[in-house]
Design a protein around this ligand. Structure first.
Ligand code: DSN
Length: 436
């Protein structure tokens, strides 16, 4: 059946059709990506996109928000149940917007914070000099160990030493490329010792935390931000929660209105009007659907499989003589250092792309290449686990990747890998229509 979009805007329809085909016919191993359900896609493609709803449910700046209130309350209640939190704001348009609101609510320009170095797996919004977080605030870093028993991992003694030396206003946890779980209790002890706020950006691991397959931060972190589209498998977007002991006035936060506000008030007003205008109600509808999905038993099974698949993938790389940073993984991703294979991340990403295997080049700790070249690739299992792949499938994928990487200039061998990739994709179908 021809859709209205196909009839009336064939150029846009064709781009969408090609993207759906690309997603169906390739192996998606980008650690920050996933495939949402048809229900989430349907919720997003609705008339809620037309609605302005600045404010919060019951306290809006526009009329006609009664159904926007319903859908935002559903999203908030489901998110609170999922993470066992008392407060949440589901309006941030993205993880970066959520993080910007965290800074706005808690820090003054020039204040010092301590976060994981981008070059060691941290995120741009955790103090990179080219990001607002590194421009407006004074960023200090902790990193991972270069060698020894904690190689590739964070040494909490060093975090403590650094925190005692710089006395930050806030300590951030969270990463884009760190495959080990965090010791939230130890971070909190350090934060308490230096009288700092403790903020977790759980963008990558939110779904795994919700499912109980990774450590639970809620009793230890003051503020928790996240995206909603990675392991949590919702629409692209962000969210902020407050940890379990934090609904008290926090005297250190400078009152901006002549009174000490609760952290929830500070964060709400940092999101709107601080950082954003109207919330994206169609995306919030998609968030509500995804949060309900993530509360189901099947999602826990899925998350456990994501972790098992990542462990199997990492081990297969180790067995094939690849250097896996920290020699394995606790979560959904692993980071491969390609220096012993005489390949850069840029070359590997391009070769694997020719075989329809999508990965991203990534800096490895203590990298000697630039961020545009890099010495590594980052791999994740959330997307292909959604398609139903299990450990043996991931071992097979590693063997295909190895064949491609070792034969990057042999078009016939790459074509053979591409054929195997296509066979796997056919066996694990994804979307059966172009439009939701
Ligand atoms: N760009 C995301 C990632 O790939 O990890 C983080 O924002």
């Amino acid at each position: 059946m021809t859709s209205l979009l196909q009839q009336n805007d064939p150029a846009v329809f064709e781009a969408i059709e090609n993207e759906v085909r690309r997603q169906n016919d390739g192996l998606e191993l980008i650690a920050s990506e996933n495939f949402v359900s048809r229900e989430v896609l349907q919720a997003m493609g609705t008339a809620f996109t037309n609605k302005y709803a600045e404010g919060l449910p019951g306290k809006r700046y526009y009329g006609g928000c009664q159904f926007a209130d319903v859908v935002e309350d559903l999203a908030r209640d489901r998110a609170k149940a999922l993470f066992k939190a008392d407060w949440v704001n589901v309006q941030p348009h993205s993880g970066a917007s959520a993080n910007a609101a965290v800074y706005l609510a808690t820090m003054n320009p020039g204040d010092t914070f301590l976060g994981l170095d981008l070059a060691h797996g941290g995120h741009l919004t955790h103090g990179s000099p080219v990001n607002f977080s590194g421009i407006l605030y004074k960023a200090e870093y902790y990193g991972v160990e270069k060698s020894g028993p904690l190689a590739g991992r964070i040494d909490m003694d060093r975090v403590r030493e650094k925190a005692l030396a710089i006395r930050p206003r806030m300590i951030s946890i969270g990463a884009s490329a760190y495959s080990r779980d965090f010791d939230y209790e130890a971070f909190r002890a350090i934060a308490d010792e230096v009288d700092a706020l403790l903020w977790l950006d759980m963008a990558h691991t939110a779904g795994l935390i919700a499912s109980g397959v990774l450590n639970d931060p809620m009793d230890h972190c003051h503020i928790i931000s996240t995206t909603t589209h990675k392991t949590l498998r919702g629409p692209r977007g962000g969210m902020i929660l407050i940890g379990n002991d934090f609904e008290n006035p926090f005297g250190k936060v400078a009152p901006k209105s002549g009174r000490v506000k609760r952290m929830s008030e500070l964060l709400d007003s940092a999101v709107f009007p601080g950082m954003q205008g109207g919330p994206l109600m169609h995306v919030i509808a998609g968030k509500a659907v995804a949060f309900a999905e993530a509360g189901r038993e099947e999602f826990k099974t899925y998350s456990a499989q994501v972790v098992k698949n990542a462990a199997a993938m990492a081990q297969e790389f180790v067995d094939r003589g690849y250097e896996v940073v920290s020699e394995g993984t606790d979560n959904h991703m692993c980071l491969i250092d390609l220096r012993n294979k005489k390949l850069t991340g840029k070359e590997a990403e391009a070769v694997l792309g020719q075989a329809e295997i999508t990965v991203n080049k990534n800096m490895v700790p203590f990298d000697d290449q630039s961020p545009f070249v890099t010495s590594g690739i980052r791999l994740g299992t959330p997307a292909m686990t959604t398609r139903g792949l299990v450990e043996d499938d991931f071992r097979r994928i590693v063997s295909l990747m190895d064949r491609a990487l070792m034969n990057g200039d042999d078009e016939a061998k790459l074509a053979a890998v591409r054929a195997d990739v296509f066979e796997i994709c056919q066996a694990f179908p994804l979307y059966d229509t172009v439009l939701a």
